[in-house]
Design a protein around this ligand. Sequence first.
Ligand code: AP5
Length: 209
Amino acid sequence: MRLVFLGPPGAGKGTIAAIAKESFHIVHISTGDLFRSAVKDGSDLGRRVQAILASGALVPDDLTIEMVRRRLAQDDCKGGFILDGFPRTIAQADALAGMAVLDAVVNFQITREEVVQRLSGRRVCRSTGRIYHIIYNPPKREGLDDDTGEPLVKRPDDEEEKILFRLSVYEKATAPLIDYYRRKGLLVDLDAGGKSQDIFERLRKTLQG
Ligand code: AP5
C-alpha cells in the first residue's frame, strides 16, 4: 500500500502512522523527522534547514523533493509506504507523481482548536522519535521516554505563535492539495478527532471499503 497522509500540523498524522505502519507492514516516511534527524546529525542539509524548521516555514521544494526521491529509492519502500508531511506544495505533488503510483491520499480533518491543544501539549523523544501528549498520551514517568528513559522535549516550532504561523502556511501552500488529489480520485477524508485507536480503525475501514 502506498499512502500519503495529508493534514494540518498536529492533526495526528505521525501518531496514526506509527500504528498503521505496524498493522500494514509498511514504511513510515516523515519528511519532518528526516529534516530533524539531519539537523541532529549536523549534516550539510541539517545546517541549511535548521532555522527554517524552527520558524515553521517550508523547506524549499528542490531540497525536499530530492530528499524524498532518495528515500523512496531505498529497498524497504518496495513493500509500500506512508508519506507523512509530503507533498506539501503543488510542485512537490507533481514531482511525486513521477516517483510513485499512490493508492490513496488520506485527508486528516480536525478543528483549529484541537490542533492548538494537541501541539501545545506535545512532547517528543529526540532519539526514538516517539510522540507523547502531556494530557492525552502521557509517558509512564513524567517527562521521560517510556523505553529509553531519556528526557522528553518540546519541539521549537510548537510554541503558540509558531503553531499559528504553521497553520497559515498549511492553509496557503498545502490545503490546495485537497482539491488536487480529489480531482485525481485519490482523496479519502478521515475524521481525525477522538481517540487514536478509533481514528485508526476508521482509516482501516475506509481503505478496505
Ligand atoms: P512535520 O514534522 O511534518 O510537522 P507537521 O506537519 O507540522 O506535523 P506535526 O508533526 O506537527 O503533526 P502531526 O500531524 O504528525 O501530529 P502528531 O501525531 O505529532 O514538519 C516540521 C517542519 O519540517 C515543517 O514546518 C517544515 O519546516 C519542514 N517540512 C516537513 N515536510 C516538509 C515538506 N514536505 N516541504 C517543506 N518543508 C517540510 O500529534 C500532535 C500531538 O497531538 C501529539 O502530542 C500527540 O500525542 C497528540 N495526538 C495525536 N493524536 C491524538 C488524538 N487522537 N487525541 C489526542 N491527542 C492526539
